[in-house]
Design a protein around this ligand. Structure first.
Ligand code: ACO
Length: 318
């Protein structure tokens, strides 16, 4: 059976680090409040020269090196983002050009914080149906550009960054084992951006009902992870690492409890990255590969939830 094997991973972060103390000079907040309620200590914030395109390109180049692939091997690029460089063309096509690729196809995917999981599942389906053999899947975001920097309830939560996977079509037991995607648009007004080209003709700012998001996140993440494990017939105790969307430490603690697994099996990077939306899963995955936690042959469960609401999970043997 042909599977989509994770051949390489990479990530990139903006140079500038913004700590909670830095934030307390901008809005009425404190390091103590942010740490206690979210687990976040710092985040990276892009300067004017760093964009979704440049961060995504840097992550993609590292993933290609890690996979031992040339850019010319790539026949599909999917970029998950809610903060593209321009409304169009797709930022994925800009990165395609930056990499010197003139064959295959590239497009953006928008499922907010679940974007990377949606992009992986889409690429997996294309690989399994023979439409692609070597896919570059990127999550890249500059959420700092759509934050209301006067709203302390949201601006403390997010950061900028990018992560990327190279997926290769390969026969065998390794690769993506199962995936499940979900959405429920009735909750669109709980987490959204109050602008857009067709309505206000502006980019808009992120708005959120934090408590509502929290409540739904725990229920949805636990249920979609259980569904994927059930579909793949893999017991939860056989999962070596959970790589979740990095929204809030308390959401992750509650999710681990609901699943009945120890928190130390969750890869957590939100303390130093904040919530980087579609970039958070591949960024966390890359950190855990680099520091030796995630090893070849291990079973990994990735999951995310975001605006829409959208949510989903992917089970893979790395
Ligand atoms: N610093 C200090 N005080 C603050 C801050 C801040 N940064 N933000 C809010 N407060 C205040 C509020 O004004 C409020 O004050 P009041 O009681 O005087 O009115 C008080 O803290 C409590 O506010 P709540 O919003 O009720 O605080 P809560 O305990 O719910 O924590 C939080 C807020 C952290 C946003 C929480 O609801 C949460 O984590 N929600 C999930 C949201 C999330 O993770 N979103 C990410 C995007 S979605 C995703 O990626 C899945």
């Amino acid at each position: 059976m042909i599977r989509s094997v994770i051949a390489g991973v990479g990530s990139a972060l903006p140079k500038r680090i913004m700590t909670n103390d830095d934030l307390s000079k901008i809005v009425d907040t404190s390091d103590e409040w942010i740490r206690e309620r979210t687990g976040i200590k710092a985040r990276h914030i892009a300067d004017d020269s760093e964009t979704t395109r440049t961060l995504g390109l840097a992550a993609a180049q590292k993933a290609l090196v890690h996979a031992g692939c040339a850019a010319s091997d790539v026949d599909l690029i999917i970029l998950a983002t809610s903060t593209p460089d321009n409304t169009f063309p797709a930022t994925a096509t800009l990165i395609q050009a930056d990499l010197g690729i003139t064959t295959g196809f590239a497009f953006d995917m928008q499922a907010v914080c679940s974007g990377f999981v949606f992009a992986l599942a889409t690429a997996d389906a294309m690989i399994k149906t023979g439409q692609a053999k070597c896919a570059l899947i990127i999550g890249s975001e500059t959420f700092s550009r759509i934050l209301d920097w006067t709203d302390r309830a949201t601006c403390v939560l997010f950061g900028d960054g990018a992560g990327a996977f190279v997926l290769k079509a390969q026969e065998g037991d390794a690769g993506i084992l199962a995936s499940k995607l979900c959405s429920d648009g009735r909750h669109a007004n709980k987490l959204y951006v109050d602008g857009g080209p067709s309505t206000t003709k502006t980019v808009g700012h992120l708005r959120m009902e934090g408590r509502e998001v929290f409540k739904h996140a725990v229920v949805n993440m636990a249920s979609v992870m259980n569904a994927v494990l059930h579909d793949a017939n893999v017991p939860v105790l056989d999962v070596d690492w959970f790589v979740p969307h990095q929204a809030n430490k308390r959401i992750l603690e509650a999710t681990a409890k609901k699943l009945g697994v120890a928190e130390d099996r969750f890869v957590i990077t939100l303390d130093s990255h904040g919530n980087t939306s579609a970039a958070s899963v591949p960024l966390a995955f890359d950190v855990a590969v680099q520091d030796g936690r995630i090893k070849r042959g291990q079973t990994i469960l990735m999951e995310a939830m975001g605006g829409g609401f959208t949510w989903g999970a992917i089970l893979a043997r790395y």
